[in-house]
Design a protein around this ligand. Structure first.
Ligand code: NAG
Ligand code: NAG
Ligand code: NAG
Ligand code: NAG
Ligand code: NAG
Ligand code: NAG
Ligand code: ZN
Length: 864
């Protein structure tokens, strides 16, 4: 058996400290199960109700047939990773649910990171002679192209001696030759969803792709001439977050002009230790040059994506990310790659010490420029003033800090709409006691205490509000029991007289309050019968018709569920639980739906079992009937035989619920003004416990008050609307509509620095681009609106597709806003295009770019 709980914890915890070593195996483990296990071992009680049961990764699989891993799971939220040794220990102690395959993943050594590769790269393989027939295979990013070559040979039955070459193709038109088989999947920029095509040399020595019919089919691409900058970006698999941020930057005139006129070449620094060896700036320059060449409908930012992944491994996978996170990384990377400062001196920061703001601010800015001086600083950096006041000694600390973008909060109340299931016992009964529970997978995942904050139940699974039912109004102590419904699947004869059988949970769990004195099996049985009958009331259980005519309530005391003494022995069910309840005439009389369960029943409808919180029966839990006390055991399972359940329990009916009118009202949309968000940004706040301020006078950490004020603003101001909130308990997205001006956003009211003379820049801004986010936290989609700097026209960028946009469209889903100061905005140099219809700009191409019209037309293989 497993060792003691403390030992279990120590052993696993020790193993979990292991370093990641390339080639090692780690295993994914459902976070819920793991937490439950942690709770269990920490409870220090072998018998505790927190027993986690068998290891259950059900929630991590897409389905229980292919056992494919769900997309976009995140570590420490959906799963935890444990090293192989820990996994094998847990497996030997707890066993695994059903036939679930273990989720083993390898540690890979990638540039700048060693990580467990939770999502390998899934690639389609095919032969150029038959591109309709593909097989998919998974590879590690650290695998060599050689491994792909081998896999194709194996899977597509290509002889070892055949001379071949490989091509890779993403969703766009072009195919690239994979010449170097020694290269890694990562370096070749292969990503999930791409296809690798093997071409086999003909007997006559020629290569098939030199034949005209699969020659390049991108004549239109070659001759395409469109407005510079009006160019889509191909989605490489969940990369819309990146495309959206890139479009916003691409449409920031001073930055794009800096790259187009090659100024970056003089400022690239390949050795700055804080930079990215110039690689980010070069890859970015390549994308921008292609986008502004006017020769592409759409560009594939694959090299750029790979470089970003090299330097920030969080962007390595193809999971969905946050466009603001990427933007922030990119602005930092570009800044350091292009930083003009050669020698970064150490600068001691001086406190304001009562000096005038103007003086302190100028000093702070000068100091900033002594370390940070680049096109990014020139374009995007501003300065804000932060004032901290100690609540104890009133010490005031003033600093001026540069910023790259403003992250503004949304002024919304903490209220949110939450769906709550109210499980009534009886529509006429007055509620006496209620409980709030998080129900997941037919179990109580958590039953909340009355004094718990509502914030704990945000973002949980289905929330149930349950009436806690009691049978008899009686003085005395009551025990609240959780009731699970289980169906038996089959009996297992262990030959030892053990009464184990296999069960599966179904339906909604219930809570029931029972006087401690009535916690015998018989009383419970009657109580539950009554409880179920009231749930079932009014439903037409099958098999009940022939009993309807009889009125069972008048005095037919023995008609109830047969007491065990009268029950015929059933060879199949010689279990102790079957020795069921003696009839309870009183309860029976009050049982409205009772007749359904009575007359024809010669045996109990269900049996009762003590279980743990997971709904599983543990060894030693329900044995000796005599000495057993349910009162010490708050979890009970009602076990149904499949035929009984079918007859007397209508699952559909029982799980039906009535929607309250409030649910029909469309989700109330709250609208706020951007100016309100900026005001909120500058509102005095008190620091939180987790983030106190060290007061130099009191010489200790204090929950100071903090106020931010804008001091000076950059040429291009990026405003980040904090739509995503990540708290200890929840992650959620605020769908609040933020109204923002397209023109004349006036900051004069927000700026502390007063305009001294007329040569000071004005503080009015016009919108130049927007990054939008649609949908929820994980399944969202990013797009952008941007105004072309040359022709002044607004466009809508949705990955590879670009369409004209009208100004009225630019609303609601905004996540990042780019504003340019009016004095810097130049008039369009070319007349705006005349949209002939609502025909999208690159519409014609976007069809073929999405690769939907047949494999061959998308291939443009060159000859060797
Ligand atoms: C656990 O339960 C068993 C059987 O019910 C009992 O003998 C044992 O003392 C219990 N252990 C603890 C730590 O409560
Ligand atoms: C594999 O190829 C060989 C010769 O190239 C052929 O004889 C054999 O039938 C093929 N097998 C399958 C399963 O296609
Ligand atoms: C392939 O790469 C390995 C290590 O990266 C190197 O030792 C080997 O010589 C390379 N082989 C070829 C053919 O380039
Ligand atoms: C690059 O940056 C480093 C550190 O800031 C500096 O020492 C070096 O001189 C810079 N190189 C060039 C070519 O500017
Ligand atoms: C300015 O440079 C310093 C040191 O090089 C760095 O720590 C800091 O993050 C930079 N500031 C900004 C806003 O990029
Ligand atoms: C106006 O302000 C600018 C920048 O602050 C300064 O350079 C200039 O001397 C000022 N002119 C006058 C007339 O005060
Ligand atoms: Zn103080």
């Amino acid at each position: 058996g497993p060792p003691g709980l403390e030992t279990q914890w120590r052993e696993i915890d020790n193993l979990n400290q292991q370093q990641l070593r390339a080639g090692d195996s780690w295993y994914l483990l459902d976070k819920r199960w793991y937490d439950q296990w942690k709770e269990y071992v920490h409870a220090g009680d072998q018998n505790s109700s927190s027993y986690p049961g068998k290891i259950d990764n059900t929630e991590l699989y897409e389905d229980l047939e292919s056992y494919h891993l769900k997309e976009r799971l995140s570590e420490n939220e959906d799963f935890v990773l444990v090293p192989a040794e820990a996994w094998h220990k847990l497996l030997s102690w707890y066993d695994m649910m059903d036939d679930q395959p273990p989720l083993e993943r390898k540690v890979v050594d990638l540039p700048s990171t060693v990580k467990v590769e939770v999502y390998p790269v899934e690639i389609y393989l095919c032969l150029s002679s038959n591109m309709e027939s593909t097989v998919s295979a998974c590879f590690s990013r650290a695998d060599k192209i050689h491994a792909i070559h081998q896999k194709i040979r194996q899977h597509l039955n290509v002889s070892e001696t055949a001379e071949s070459r490989l091509w890779m193709r993403s969703t766009d038109t072009s195919s690239e030759r994979l010449r170097n088989l020694n290269m890694t999947v990562l370096d070749a920029c292969l990503s999930s969803g791409m296809t690798v095509i093997m071409e086999i040399r003909n007997a006559d020595g020629t290569w098939p792709t030199s034949r005209p019919q699969i020659m390049r089919n991108s004549a239109d691409e070659d001759s395409y001439r469109g407005p510079p900058g009006v160019c889509g970006l191909t989605n490489l698999g969940n990369t819309c977050f990146m495309n959206s941020a890139l479009q916003c930057l691409s449409n920031t005139p001073p930055l794009t002009e800096y790259f187009l006129r090659n100024s970056y070449l003089e400022e690239l620094n390949f050795t700055n230790p804080l930079g990215m060896k110039g690689e980010i700036a070069e890859a970015y320059a390549d994308v921008i040059k292609q986008m502004w060449s006017g020769r592409h409908y759409s560009v594939v930012p694959r090299v750029f994506k790979t470089k970003v992944g090299h330097f920030a491994s969080q962007f390595l996978g193809y999971q969905q990310h946050d466009s603001q996170e990427l933007l922030s990384f990119l602005l930092d990377g570009l800044h350091e790659d292009l930083n003009r400062v050669k020698k970064k001196e150490y600068i001691e920061l001086r406190d304001a010490d009562g000096r005038p703001d103007q003086e302190v601010a100028e000093e702070a800015w000068r100091n900033h420029l002594r370390r940070n001086d680049s096109v990014i600083v020139d374009t995007f950096h501003g300065l804000f003033k932060s004032t901290l006041v100690c609540p104890e000694c009133n010490k005031v600390s003033v600093t001026f800090d540069p910023f790259c973008y403003l992250s503004v909060p949304l002024p919304v109340s903490k209220e949110r709409v939450m769906e709550v299931f109210y499980v009534s016992l009886d529509p006429t009964a007055k509620p006496t006691q209620m409980a709030v529970a998080d129900v997941f997978n037919h179990r109580f995942y958590r039953i909340y205490q009355a004094d718990e904050s509502l914030s704990c139940i945000l973002d949980r699974d289905d929330i149930f509000l349950l009436l806690v039912s009691g049978c008899v109004d009686q003085e005395g102590e009551e025990v609240v029991m959780a009731i699970y419904m289980r169906e038996r699947s089959h009996y297992r004869d262990y030959g030892s007289g053990s009464n184990s059988y296999s069960t599966s949970l179904f339906g909604h769990p219930l809570l029931i309050s029972v006087p401690r004195a009535q916690c015998t099996r018989e009383d419970l049985y009657q109580l539950l019968l009554k409880r179920l009958a009231s749930t079932e009331e009014g439903q037409s259980a099958s098999g009940s018709t022939d009993t309807n005519s009889q009125d069972a309530t008048d005095g037919d005391q023995s008609a109830g569920v047969e007491p065990s003494g009268k029950e015929e022995e059933d060879e199949d069910e010689d279990e102790e639980e079957e020795e069921e309840a003696a009839s309870c005439a009183q309860a029976n009389k009050r049982l409205p739906g009772r007749r359904r369960y009575t007359e024809r029943q010669k045996k109990a409808l269900f049996t009762i079992q003590a279980v743990n919180s997971n709904g599983t029966t543990e060894r030693g839990m329900g044995e000796a009937d005599g000495g057993f006390s349910f009162s010490s055991q708050p979890y009970i399972a009602i076990d149904w035989d499949p035929d009984m359940k079918k007859k007397y329990y209508n699952e559909n009916e029982a799980e039906k619920y009535i929607k309250h009118q409030s649910m029909d009202v469309p989700h109330q949309q709250i609208t706020v003004q951007l100016q309100e968000c900026i005001e909120l940004f500058t509102t005095v706040e008190t620091l939180e416990e987790e983030n106190p301020w060290y007061c130099p006078t009191c010489k200790k950490h204090q929950l100071a008050t903090k106020k931010l004020d804008l001091w000076s603003l950059p040429e291009v101001l990026i405003i980040h609307l904090k739509r995503f909130s990540y708290t200890k308990y929840s992650r959620e997205k605020l769908d609040t509509i933020v109204e923002f001006p397209l023109r004349d956003l006036d900051f004069s009211g927000f700026l502390l620095k007063k305009t001294v003379n007329s040569t000071e820049p004005p503080c009015r801004y016009d919108l130049i681009s927007v990054s939008n986010h649609y949908g929820g936290l994980r399944d969202g989609h990013y797009t952008s609106y941007a105004r072309n700097k040359d022709n002044g026209q607004w466009y809508y960028f949705d990955d590879s597709k670009v369409t004209y946009a009208r100004e009225e469209q630019i609303t609601s889903a905004a996540y990042l806003l780019f504003y340019q100061r009016q004095d810097k905005i130049r008039q369009p140099s070319v007349p705006p295009p005349v949209p002939s219809s609502s025909q999208p700009e690159n519409h014609v191409s976007s069809q073929t770019h999405d690769g939907m019209d047949g494999a061959s037309s998308c291939v443009s293989m060159e000859t060797d």
